[in-house]
Design a protein around this ligand. Structure first.
Ligand SMILES: Nc1ncnc2c1ncn2[C@@H]1O[C@H](COP(=O)(O)OP(=O)(O)OP(=O)(O)O)[C@@H](O)[C@H]1O
Length: 666
C-alpha cells in the first residue's frame, strides 16, 4: 500500500472519535474541529478513491512523472497538492518541497487559501502563494501555489529547474504558454538526471490526456471518475436587448422571480461590464423582496483579490448567489452550487496581433464548443508561429536578443521583471533618465490598475475624476491618481467617490514595492521623486519612448484618426483618454504613444500620451525606423533623423548629448 511505502497514516488525521489528541504532522499542533469538518467534505470528492493509487504511482513512477486526469470539480486542484505535501513529508523534506502552478494568479491565491484551511495550516507559513502582486510565502512554506509564469521566470532566472521536490502542473489542458514551456524544459532535462529525485505531476482534464500521455512517453496515469448530474443548465436566448449588461440583469431577475432554485453564473466579456452588472443587480435585487432575501451578487475577475473566496462561501440568509464573471471561470473555479448559466456568448481577450504588433483586446463570440467548455472548462490555444516570430523581432528591437538570438545582457535583466518587455525596458531606461520613482509607479499602475475601471456614473464623479487628469497625458494621470490615492491613506471611500477600483490600486501599491525591491536586489540605480518638474517630465517621456517606440501612432490631418506607425491601421483615442475629455485644445496631439490597442472597442488606443517625433528618432533604434512599412510618417521620421544627424555633427548640442544617452540601452 502506498501509505505503508510512505510511512503515512491511513489519513493525515483520524476521525475525531478515533483520537482526540491527533496532531497535524506539518506543524505539530492538534487538529481543529474545522479540519474534521472539511475532511468529511474532502472524503466525498470523486478523487478521494484514487488517493492510494496516486501516492503509489508518485513513489514508484520510473520516469518521476505522474499524469492525473479527471473531470472538473472532481477534486484534483485541492487534493493532489495535499497528497504531494504528505509525500515530501514522508521523505523528511530532504528532497525539496511542493510547488503547484496555476495558469491564473487569482486561482493560485484562491487555492492556497482553501488548501491552507483544509490542511489546518497557516497561510503564509506552511502553505503560501506567489503571484505578481504578492509573495505570500515564508521560510517554512512546504506547499506553494504559484502563477505558472512566475515559476517559468524563476526557472529562467536561475537557469535551473527550480527548488522543488514535487512540481504539480495543474490545469495543463489550459495550454498556457508558461505551462507548455515548463513541460518542454522538464522533459528535455530528464528528471532522472536531476539531483534530489524530483517528481512532476501533470494534472489535466481528460480531453488532453492522450496528447500528454504521448508527450511524456506513457507515464503512469491516475484516472479520476467524475460525478454525474452536477452540470449547470445553460439558458440560451435568440432575442435579447442590445445592451448585454441589461440583458443579463433581466435574465437573472426573471430566474429569481420564477423562484427557480440554485445559484446563477453569469458570463459577460469584460470586467467593466461585470462591475456594471453587479451594481445594477445589487440595486434592483431589492425589488425581489417577495421572493425571499435579495440575491448575493458576487463579481469574479482578477481584480477581486482575496474577496474571491466569497464565491465559495455559503450565504447565511440562504439567499441565492449570483456570480458574475468572464473567461476566468471557464477553467479555474469549480462552483458546485451553480444551477443556471447565463452566457453572453462573447469573450474579451487580450490577443497578440502580429500584423499590428500590438496586444489587443478583442471582443469575439465564443464557439458552441467553447460554450460547452464553459461548463466543462477545458479549452486551450497555442501561439501561432507567426506571432512567435513577431515577438522575437520585437525583442530584437528592444535590444533583448544578441546576434545568436539568445537573450542579451539587457534581455537577461528585462526577464527578471514580472512585466511586459516594453514596460520592463521603459523601467530600465528610467535608471538612465533619472525618473525611476515615477516609472516604478507607472509600471505598477499599468500592470495592476490600467486606466479607470469604468465610466463615471454621475457628474460629481466625473468632476472628481477630471481633477486627477494630468496635462501631460494619461501616463502622468496614472501617476497622479496613484499619488493622490496614497495621500488619501489608501482610502476606500475616496476611491469609490471617484469610481476607482480600490483593490486594483492596492495591488498597484504592492506591486510597486515588489518592483522596487527587485531593482534594489539587482543593484539598479534609483532616483529621487521629482514628479511635476519640467526636467522630470522630459525624462519620463524619454524612458517611455525607449520602451514603447513600437506603439506610436500619428494623426496626420487633425481628424482624430491615428495611423499606427508599425502597420497601416487607423485607430481612435479611447473615450476615457484625457485628450478627449478636455474642452481645449480641440486638436488632438499629432504624435502619441499608447499602452494598449483594442480592436473591439471601435479601434481604441488606451492610455495615451503625446510625444515629440524628435524623441522617437533619438531613442528608437535606427533600423526600426528604416524597417517601418512605407508611409508619410516613415519618410518624415527618416528625414528628421538625417537633419538631426547633420545638425549635431561637430557640435556638442544638447541633442547630441541625448543621442549619446539613448545609445546605452540600444
Ligand atoms: N479555492 C477554493 N475555495 C473553496 N472551495 C474550493 C476552492 N477550489 C475548489 N473548491 C471546491 O473544492 C471541490 C473540488 O474542486 P477542485 O478545484 O479541487 O476540483 P478540480 O477537479 O481540480 O476541478 P477543476 O478542474 O475545475 O480545477 C469543489 O467542490 C470546489 O467547489
Amino acid at each position: 500500500m502506498a501509505s505503508q511505502v510512505l510511512g503515512l497514516e491511513e489519513e493525515t488525521g483520524p476521525n475525531p472519535g478515533e483520537s482526540e489528541l491527533a496532531v497535524n504532522p506539518f506543524d505539530g499542533l492538534p487538529f481543529s474541529s474545522r479540519y474534521y469538518e472539511l475532511l468529511e467534505q474532502r472524503r466525498s470528492l470523486p478523487i478521494w478513491a484514487a488517493r492510494f493509487i496516486f501516492l503509489e504511482q508518485l513513489e514508484s513512477s520510473p520516469s518521476g512523472v505522474v499524469l492525473v486526469s479527471g473531470e472538473p470539480g472532481s477534486g484534483k486542484s485541492t487534493q493532489i497538492p495535499q497528497w504531494c505535501a504528505e509525500f515530501v513529508l514522508a521523505r523528511g523534506f530532504q528532497k525539496g518541497r511542493v510547488t503547484v502552478t496555476q495558469p491564473y494568479p487569482l486561482a493560485a491565491l484562491s487555492l492556497a487559501l482553501q488548501v491552507a484551511d483544509e490542511m489546518d495550516l497557516t497561510l503564509g507559513h506552511e502553505v503560501g502563494y506567489s503571484i505578481p502582486q504578492e509573495d505570500c510565502t515564508g521560510p517554512d512554506t512546504l506547499l506553494r501555489f504559484c502563477w505558472d509564469r512566475l515559476l517559468l521566470q524563476e526557472v529562467a532566472s536561475t537557469r535551473g529547474t527550480g527548488a522543488w521536490g514535487v512540481l504539480v502542473l495543474d490545469e495543463a489542458q489550459e495550454r498556457s504558454v508558461a505551462s507548455d514551456l515548463l513541460q518542454g524544459l522538464l522533459r528535455d532535462a530528464r528528471l532522472g538526471n536531476l539531483p534530489g529525485d524530483p517528481r512532476v505531476v501533470v494534472v489535466t482534464d481528460p480531453a488532453l490526456e492522450p496528447k500528454l500521455q504521448a508527450f511524456w512517453g506513457n507515464p503512469p496515469i491516475v484516472h479520476v471518475l467524475g460525478e454525474t448530474g452536477r452540470c449547470p443548465t445553460p439558458v440560451y436566448r435568440d432575442t435579447v436587448p442590445t445592451d448585454r449588461v441589461e440583458a443579463a440583469c433581466q435574465a437573472v431577475l426573471e430566474l429569481c422571480r420564477k423562484e427557480a432554485p440554485g445559484d446563477v453564473l453569469v458570463y459577460l466579456p469584460s470586467e467593466e461590464e461585470i462591475s456594471l452588472c453587479c451594481e445594477s443587480l445589487s440595486r434592483d435585487g431589492g425589488s425581489l423582496e417577495d421572493q425571499g432575501p435579495p440575491p448575493r451578487v458576487l463579481p469574479l475577475h482578477p481584480g477581486c483579490g482575496q474577496a474571491v473566496q466569497a464565491v465559495y462561501e455559503d450565504v447565511e440568509s440562504g439567499a441565492r448567489k449570483v456570480v458574475v464573471t468572464h473567461w476566468l471561470a471557464d477553467f479555474s473555479f469549480s462552483l458546485p452550487s451553480i444551477r443556471h448559466v447565463i452566457d453572453s456568448g462573447l469573450e474579451l481577450r487580450s490577443v497578440y496581433n502580429p500584423q499590428i504588433r500590438a496586444e489587443s483586446q478583442v471582443l469575439r463570440p465564443i464557439s458552441k464548443c467553447q460554450a460547452e467548455a464553459r461548463r466543462l472548462r477545458a479549452t486551450g490555444i497555442l501561439p501561432a508561429p507567426e506571432a512567435l516570430m513577431q515577438a522575437l523581432e520585437d525583442l530584437d528591437y528592444l535590444a533583448a536578443l544578441d546576434d545568436n538570438g539568445d537573450l542579451s545582457d539587457l534581455g537577461v535583466i528585462l526577464s527578471e521583471f514580472p512585466l511586459a518587455p516594453d514596460l520592463a525596458k521603459a523601467l530600465l531606461a528610467s535608471c538612465e533618465f533619472d525618473c525611476v520613482d515615477e516609472m516604478l509607479t507607472l509600471a505598477a499602475m499599468l500592470t495592476a490598475a490600467p486606466g479607470f475601471t469604468r465610466p463615471p456614473l454621475c457628474a460629481e464623479e466625473a468632476a472628481l475624476r477630471r481633477a486627477l487628469e494630468h496635462v501631460d497625458g494619461d501616463h502622468s494621470s496614472l501617476i497622479q491618481v496613484y499619488e493622490a490615492f496614497i495621500q488619501s491613506g489608501a482610502d476606500k471611500v475616496w476611491c469609490q467617490a471617484r469610481g476607482l477600483n480600490w483593490a486594483a490600486l492596492c495591488q498597484a501599491h504592492k506591486l510597486r514595492g515588489e518592483l522596487l525591491e527587485l531593482m534594489q536586489r539587482i543593484e539598479l540605480p534609483l532616483s529621487q521623486p521629482a514628479f511635476g518638474s519640467e526636467q522630470n517630465r522630459r525624462d519620463l517621456q524619454k524612458a517611455l519612448v525607449s520602451g514603447y517606440f513600437l506603439k506610436v501612432a500619428r494623426d496626420t490631418d487633425g481628424t482624430g484618426n491615428y495611423l499606427l506607425l508599425t502597420h497601416k491601421h487607423v485607430a481612435q483615442l479611447s473615450p476615457y483618454c484625457c485628450y478627449r475629455s478636455r474642452r481645449a485644445p480641440a486638436r488632438p496631439p499629432p504624435w502619441v504613444l499608447y499602452h494598449s490597442f483594442s480592436i473591439s472597442k471601435d479601434n481604441c488606443l488606451s492610455i495615451v500620451s503625446e510625444i515629440q517625433p524628435q524623441m522617437l528618432v533619438e531613442l528608437a533604434p535606427p533600423y526600426f525606423l528604416s524597417n517601418l512599412p512605407p508611409s508619410e510618417s516613415r519618410d518624415f521620421l527618416n528625414q528628421l533623423r538625417e537633419e538631426m544627424a547633420d545638425s549635431s555633427t561637430g557640435s556638442e548640442s544638447p541633442s547630441t548629448q541625448e543621442l549619446g544617452d539613448a545609445c546605452v540601452l540600444q
